[in-house]
Unconditional design. Structure first.
Length: 95
């Protein structure tokens, strides 16, 4: 078996993921959470597209939005912060 390249798992998310989608439930979000989310996004600029799946309590289907301004670096710290702010099931990666 041949291998062209070996990359660390921590780096593989940024190379393999085309986008990260953050699920935001409008019934559970506060101004403080929005501020914390904004801060985390600004502190981890990177190559991965940032999308939002915005859910309301009346609709089981979310509104998909893609940020034109921000892209992020998918580090363990970034993902941990997002999970603290939005919950454990809030991040989804797309190839």
């Amino acid at each position: 078996m041949l291998c062209d390249e070996i990359i660390p798992i921590s780096e593989s998310r940024n190379r393999m993921a085309n986008a990260v989608c953050l699920k935001v439930d409008t019934s559970a979000i506060s101004v403080e959470k929005i501020d914390a989310l904004s801060k985390a996004i600004r502190e981890f600029p990177g190559p991965v597209k940032l999308q939002f799946d915005v859910r309301t309590e009346n609709s089981p289907v979310g509104l998909m939005l893609q940020s034109k301004r921000f892209r992020v670096l998918l580090t363990d710290e970034f993902i941990s912060r997002i999970e603290v702010i939005l919950g454990l099931e809030a991040t989804h990666f797309h190839n």
